[in-house]
Design a protein. Structure first.
Length: 84
């Protein structure tokens, strides 16, 4: 049986922590001066989390990729839109 790659192991250990961290909601709520459970901070946090997870999955599939660069690209797409 083939041993798990370091990136595969990182995914197994880290993915749940990314999903359970309230940091994005707290940051957005503080910046907007809104309650953490208000809709807008939740939407911002979940959108950023989705972009981050997509970047993370891409990094896991591409051994030559740079996670920091991919995260930057993914999060910038949220500000610039998804035009081709």
């Amino acid at each position: 049986m083939k041993p798990a790659s370091p990136r595969g192991e990182a995914r197994r250990q880290g993915c749940q922590a990314w999903r359970s961290s309230p940091t994005g909601e707290v940051f957005a709520a503080e910046r907007l001066r809104r309650p953490v459970d208000a809709l807008t901070p939740q939407v911002i946090a979940h959108t950023a989390l989705g972009a981050s997870l997509a970047a993370y999955d891409h990094w896991l599939r591409d051994e030559d990729s740079d996670l920091e660069q991919i995260l930057d690209q993914a999060l910038r797409r949220l500000t610039t839109g998804f035009h081709t």
